[in-house]
Design a protein around this ligand. Structure first.
Ligand code: PRX
Length: 653
């Protein structure tokens, strides 16, 4: 069933309602009245949250809106690392644990706010000594080890913007990202652990570094310990960079609108977009939403099981939790190592109270079965979150019943790399939740559902989700490409931010997300552009043309389906299909390896030569075909349908 149909069905049939448990509601950070307060004056609402940060120079202006460019708190100055660390230490909370760390092999560390501040200062001093300065960009390509947030915060301390590249990406992806923003340094590790295997991070960097002339230094943290190549003059061990450095480091005074970081995400072209996030507004909203949506208390042990390489990790492992002085957990590895109960053993060991994970993970746990869950005591949990993709009601109920023991509110949080923080989500002490719905926009947020004409769709209907007013953690644009920023988000409807998702609203105004409406796939919560996969395919010498679409998948949400024509009219083979799938993985990162690949003599095209993606999607999903009269050669469809059926059959068998 496709996502749209799923959402419609969920909407039609979903009669289950879960009001917040009364005990939870009574103690919740967000109390009734907060929506009305924010609605009365949304600027005053955000201002009050911004005033909770520590400013080196207080702001006097809240918002300057020069559509589509926002400046929040623009005459204020602050430093993100000071807000995440120094102010907690100064307040006598230096002994509080910032991170419990568990490596995949089982090694453990406890890192207090005091120790984290020391580490950040030493590394920041080391970076400064290497000549990294305010306004520079620094690339970070690391496993989930404590040095990763240290590196991010050290950049923030000296005013350099970080650009974290997920450790699953390939050397080519590093090259594109580093060169786009001209990073001056690359921070990595020798290797990382993943499902018992060693991920060759430094070796990947070495391949990339041959094509990234802007990088002056590559700093390498030792994680695994195998020997790696070190190029004299360019490559430095982390331990040497921090050796002899002081544990105090004067933080740069940053303007609220100075760049905090870039994070690349897939759009509808082959070139990823460097999403810009700045300092004051971003911190304001990640801290506010982290406190309200996760109901954070001092007694909580909070665990966001995402990777810091994605926006979820930036906002809800690093900046939000640290701003709020939270005690969080970082786990390096996969959930099935050494067995499928690893996450639950971690919840039990650290008495995790708040867990935030993705629907793909939840569906995987469902498939693995309850035996792994039931071996562990999960009674410490009091709140569950979901993010990254639409969550189907069945997975939502399973999460609530079997992980949350029926007692924990479930918050399904909708947002994007571009929004910086959670936009549509229940507030756990207030909102009555429905399985499969992200419920309503958070206080201060304006959202609507529009039809093709740009008219608001009445409750009960579906269309394009838009955001109707600026918000503090919104993207400030795309690195080096204001035009693409306008075009991608602000051109379809006047004065409305187009998120790129389809969504329906029920009669009570609850939002039900239905997936992307553009050429972006969502595979296990990772955004992958169909065009990027297509360019990876055509970079292979045997491929003439390729078309890529997403197909619904029970576990990963969507799976990648490729239709390929070969040069010289070749017909292809199983071996070549495997080779091409691996080729994509090598090109873009293993997590992008397509699940299905079908060869065809011809791709279905309109007479003007445009590939008919919707048709391919229908074929991939085995749906009835719509109107194909605009096809240049309609026999192509028949052939493709037959082949796709064969592929699907293979999968089931
Ligand atoms: O399609 C939506 C989906 O993920 C997209 C954003 O992806 P990314 O920028 O990688 O950020 C993911 C983590 C915030 C959205 O356009 N998405 C994210 N959360 C949800 C969701 N779809 C439905 N429900 C969600 N809770």
């Amino acid at each position: 069933m496709n996502t749209t149909a799923q959402a419609i069905e969920a909407l039609a049939q979903e009669t289950r309602r879960f009001p917040p448990p009364s005990g939870f509601a009574a103690q919740a950070n967000a109390q009734p009245g907060i929506y009305e307060e924010a609605e009365r004056d949304y600027l005053a609402f955000w201002e009050s949250w911004a005033r909770k940060l520590e400013w080196m120079k207080p702001f006097t202006k809240v918002l300057e809106w020069n559509e589509p460019f926002a400046r929040w708190f623009a005459d204020g100055e602050l430093n993100a690392s000071v807000n995440c660390l120094d102010r907690h230490v100064r307040a006598g909370r230096g002994h509080r644990i910032a991170y419990y760390y568990e490596g995949e092999p089982g090694d453990r560390r406890e890192i207090t706010y005091g120790a984290l501040l020391d580490d950040v200062c030493r590394f920041a001093n080391g970076l400064r000594k290497l000549g990294v300065k305010k306004g520079d960009r620094v690339a970070i390509y690391m496993p989930m080890i404590p040095e990763l947030p240290v590196a991010m915060l050290a950049c923030a301390r000296i005013g350099a913007a970080h650009s974290v590249i997920f450790g699953g990406f390939s050397p080519d992806s590093i090259v594109d990202r580093v060169n786009d923003s001209q990073c001056v340094a690359l921070i990595t590790a020798d290797q990382g652990w993943r499902r018992g295997n060693k991920v060759p991070l430094k070796a990947n960097c070495d391949v990339a570094l041959a094509q990234t002339p802007s990088i002056r230094h590559c700093i390498v943290a030792k994680r695994v310990g195998d020997p790696v190549e070190m190029q004299a003059g360019r490559d430095l061990w982390w331990s040497d960079v921090v050796a002899g450095q002081s544990t105090t480091c004067e933080p740069e005074h940053m303007n609220a609108e100075d760049l905090l970081y870039l994070l690349y995400t897939s759009g509808t072209t082959a070139k990823p977009k460097g999403i810009k996030h700045t300092t004051g507004g971003y911190l304001t909203q990640v801290a506010a939403t982290h406190k309200l949506v996760f109901d954070l208390k001092d007694s909580d042990v909070y665990w966001c099981a995402a990777d810091i390489g994605w926006v979820t990790g930036h906002s809800y492992i690093v900046y939000g939790p640290l701003c709020n002085g939270a005690t969080s957990l970082i786990y390096e590895g996969t959930p099935d190592f050494p067995d499928k109960g690893r996450l639950w053993s971690i919840v039990e060991r650290y008495k995790v109270t708040i867990l935030y994970t993705a629907p793909t993970a939840i569906r995987t746990f469902m498939k693995w079965g309850l035996e792994y869950v039931q071996k562990h005591d999960l009674s410490s949990l009091r709140l569950l979150g979901s993010v990254g993709e639409p969550i189907n009601p069945e997975a939502w109920m399973w999460y609530r019943d079997h992980i949350g023991g029926g007692r924990c509110p479930v918050v399904d949080t909708w947002w994007q790399t571009e929004t910086g923080s959670i936009m549509i989500s229940p507030l756990p002490g207030i909102t009555t939740t429905l399985p499969g719905s992200a419920t309503k926009p958070l206080p201060g947020i304006g959202a609507d559902i529009l039809n093709d004409q740009g008219e608001s769709v009445p409750l009960g209907g579906g269309g394009y989700i838009v955001l109707t007013r600026p918000w503090p953690s919104m993207l400030r644009g795309i690195w080096g490409n204001d035009e693409r920023y306008r075009e991608a988000y602000w051109s379809k409807f006047p004065h409305q931010y187009l998120a790129g998702d389809g969504c329906r609203r029920d009669e009570d105004g609850n939002y039900w997300f239905m997936g992307r409406i553009d050429d972006v796939m969502n595979v296990s919560g990772h955004r992958i552009s169909t065009t990027e996969v297509e360019s990876a395919l055509v970079s292979h010498s045997k491929v003439a043309e390729a078309a890529v679409v997403g197909k619904l998948d029970d576990v990963t949400g969507q799976a990648i389906v490729c239709f390929v024509t070969l040069r010289g009219g070749e017909t292809g083979s199983k071996a070549l299909a495997d080779e091409l799938r691996a080729h994509v993985g090598q090109h873009l990162g293993k997590f992008t390896t397509p699940k299905y690949l079908t060869f065809t003599q011809e791709l279905p095209k309109t007479r003007s030569g445009k590939i008919m993606r919707r048709l391919l999607r229908d074929i991939a999903e085995g749906r009835m075909l719509g109107d194909t009269t605009t096809l240049a050669d309609s026999s192509v469809v028949k052939e493709l349908q037959e082949r796709a059926k064969l592929e699907a059959g293979k999968d089931e068998g």
